[in-house]
Structures are given as structure tokens and as C-alpha cells.
Design a protein around this ligand. Structure first.
Ligand SMILES: [Zn+2]
Length: 298
């Protein structure tokens, strides 16, 4: 069975579902499990209803691991419905330690979604385990099984994002939240996938200096910050040298996602795929390196 990654068409935001099949490696056998990275469910704006999609594709299955890369609006919209009303059971919640809170509700999460995020963060949802991992955390068994590595943030970067130039503390919207969004590397045997969240300059600098080898020659790069220029780092893209670059972006053309030209220049061989053009994009990646990845959309 191949592994499937569903990059959902959620506009300029993220929601990705990774469907790990039951599999064997040598004498070991690993369970099937599902990971969801972020949610931006805005069906009223014409985008995919993440919860309906999940129920249609995965019916009664649970989400083993929900990764909240960072609690900006475009990464947690629908979290209240998912955790409170959907009936979908969720076991683990990965959260980046942060002191962000919304100050201007217009561009920030809805009060319901924010309230749910805070409840989760503060351990108020029974049966849900909250994990505050950094790139220094020693992986636990299930990450090893799923071949996941946390590239960023480090605890040092978290401190940096919470400190002003004069040394005083940042909180609320002054926290550099994109800089500490969770960047994950996942391997499907030899093939690497980088989920870059909304990583910006400092995060890429750190990844290049500490994890250069790990990010060499990537199969799929989910472009940082929905393809915006602020998430583009030329050196990192050149090192990653991706075969595919995925933009999880909105239909508002390239107004805010104009880094396509920069990506093309830094990675001329790469094929750029956009959810705004293809809709929900599904990559079917075989554990056998000789079988090519198959892309479908719906
Ligand atoms: Zn974002």
C-alpha cells in the first residue's frame, strides 16, 4: 500500500492529511495511522470543507496526530468544529510553545476557534495529549515509524521569536509566530517531503546551518507561507532541489503568492502544483523507490 498525502484546497492557508498505510519494515510491522497538519476550513468561501472531506474519505477513522504548526487564523480555522462537533476522535496534538494571542479579530482566528485552541493548549480536552516538541526533542517510537523529523523550531528560535531587540519580551501579535512554525521532514523510504509551514528567514537560516544534509534533494516541498515571497529562501530551495513544489494558495491569482518565479529560478527542474488550480491534490507515494509518485485531484 502506498502512502497518500492529501493537500486540501483551502485557499491561502494549510490543511494536509497524511494517510500512513499499515506497513512492514524488515521484521517490524507498523500500524496504519492518520496525521493532519493544520486546518483552514472555509467552505463558505468556496474551498474544501475539511471535516466533510475527512469523513467522506476516512469515514470512522481517527486522527492519530494533529500538528498545529502555529495558531494563525489560516492554520486553525475550523479547529472548534473539528475538536468539538465533528465526532472525529483525535489522540495527539502537536503545538509550538508560544505566547501569541490575537489582538485584532478581523484578521485573527474566530473567537470560537481561538477559544478551542486555548483549551487544547492548556490541556483542557480530555483524552487528548498535547506535545510541545522542538527540533531538539528526541523522537519517540511512532515518529520513527512514520519517519518524521522536526526541522524547526529549536528552543533557541522560540526564545528569539519572543524577544525584542532591546531584550524585553514579546507577546500577543508581536511574537514572530511564522518564524517558529513547525517545519517537518518526512521520509517515505528514500523520498523526502518537507512541510515548510510558514517558515521565514531566521528559521531557514537555522535549518540550513543545522540540518543541511537532511534537506538535500527533496521529493516534494510544500512551499512555505503558501508560496509567498516571505517564505522563500533561495539557498534552502537550491539545497532541497525539489522534484515537486506544492503551493497551498488561494484563487486570488498571484497577488500574494508571487514567489513562483523565484522558485522556478532556484529549482528549474521542479514541477509546481497549486491547489488554487488543481483543487485538492493527492500524492500517492510508494514505499518502493522504483514506482513513480502518482498525483490525482478532486
Ligand atoms: Zn499561513
Amino acid at each position: 500500500m502506498p502512502l497518500r498525502i492529501h493537500f486540501l484546497n483551502v485557499g491561502a492557508g494549510d490543511s494536509t492529511i497524511v494517510d500512513f498505510p499499515a506497513r512492514t519494515k524488515g521484521v517490524e510491522s507498523f500500524n496504519a495511522r492518520i496525521m493532519m497538519i493544520d486546518i483552514n476550513s472555509c467552505p463558505d468561501n468556496g474551498y474544501t470543507d475539511v471535516i466533510e472531506y475527512f469523513k467522506a474519505k476516512f469515514s470512522q477513522k481517527s486522527i492519530f496526530r494533529f500538528v498545529c504548526t502555529h495558531p494563525h487564523k489560516d492554520h486553525i480555522t475550523g479547529i472548534n468544529e473539528l475538536f468539538n462537533k465533528s465526532g472525529i476522535s483525535i489522540n495527539n496534538f502537536w503545538d509550538v510553545k508560544n505566547e501569541f494571542y490575537p489582538e485584532d479579530w478581523e484578521n485573527d482566528p474566530s473567537p470560537e476557534d481561538w477559544e478551542m485552541y486555548e483549551k487544547i493548549k492548556n490541556g483542557k480536552i480530555s483524552g487528548l495529549t498535547v506535545r510541545n516538541y522542538t527540533s531538539e526533542t528526541n523522537p519517540v517510537q511512532c515518529w520513527n515509524e512514520d519517519e518524521i523529523q522536526i526541522l524547526s523550531p529549536s528552543s533557541e528560535l522560540i526564545t528569539y521569536a519572543h524577544t525584542k531587540q532591546d531584550g524585553t519580551k514579546r507577546s500577543g501579535e508581536a511574537v514572530c509566530l511564522n518564524e517558529i512554525s513547525s517545519v517537518l521532514l518526512m521520509k517515505v523510504n528514500a523520498r523526502k517531503i518537507v512541510f515548510a509551514a510558514d517558515a521565514e528567514g531566521k528559521a531557514w537560516e537555522e535549518i540550513i546551518s543545522k540540518k543541511r544534509k537532511e534537506i538535500e534533494n527533496v521529493h516534494i516541498l510544500k512551499a512555505s507561507h503558501h508560496g509567498r515571497e516571505s517564505g522563500f529562501n533561495e539557498e534552502a530551495v537550491k539545497i532541497m532541489n525539489p522534484e515537486y513544489i506544492l503551493f497551498s494558495n488561494s484563487t486570488d491569482a498571484d497577488k500574494n503568492h508571487g514567489a513562483e518565479k523565484l522558485y522556478k529560478k532556484a529549482a528549474p527542474k521542479a514541477q509546481i502544483l497549486k491547489t488554487s488550480i488543481y483543487g485538492n491534490l493527492i500524492a500517492e507515494i510508494s514505499y518502493s523507490a522504483t514506482i513513480a509518485t502518482k498525483w490525482t485531484n478532486d
